[in-house]
Design a protein around this ligand. Structure first.
Ligand SMILES: [Zn+2]
Length: 75
């Protein structure tokens, strides 16, 4: 599973899940997020590599969106 690049609400515990603090899954033609705590029981901090990656990815995605270069939701 890949880390979520976008914030969402964990479908398991209902908690807000910032970028990198969960995993995303294809679901009913969209995406849903499960937080890392529900997925593996780990508690993440903003020092976690996956969190750092996702927050960077989210930022570069925003930059691309501003330039109109975003294509699809593939990951
Ligand atoms: Zn959860």
């Amino acid at each position: 599973m890949a880390r979520n690049k976008y914030p969402g609400t964990c479908y398991s515990c209902g908690k807000y899940t910032p970028p990198g603090y969960g995993h995303f899954e294809r679901y009913m033609g969209g995406w849903r997020v499960k937080c890392v705590k529900c997925a593996s029981g780990r508690i993440l901090t903003d020092k976690d590599k996956g969190v750092i990656w996702a927050q960077k990815a989210a930022k570069s995605q925003e930059a691309k969106a501003a330039l109109g270069q975003v294509g699809g939701g593939d990951a």
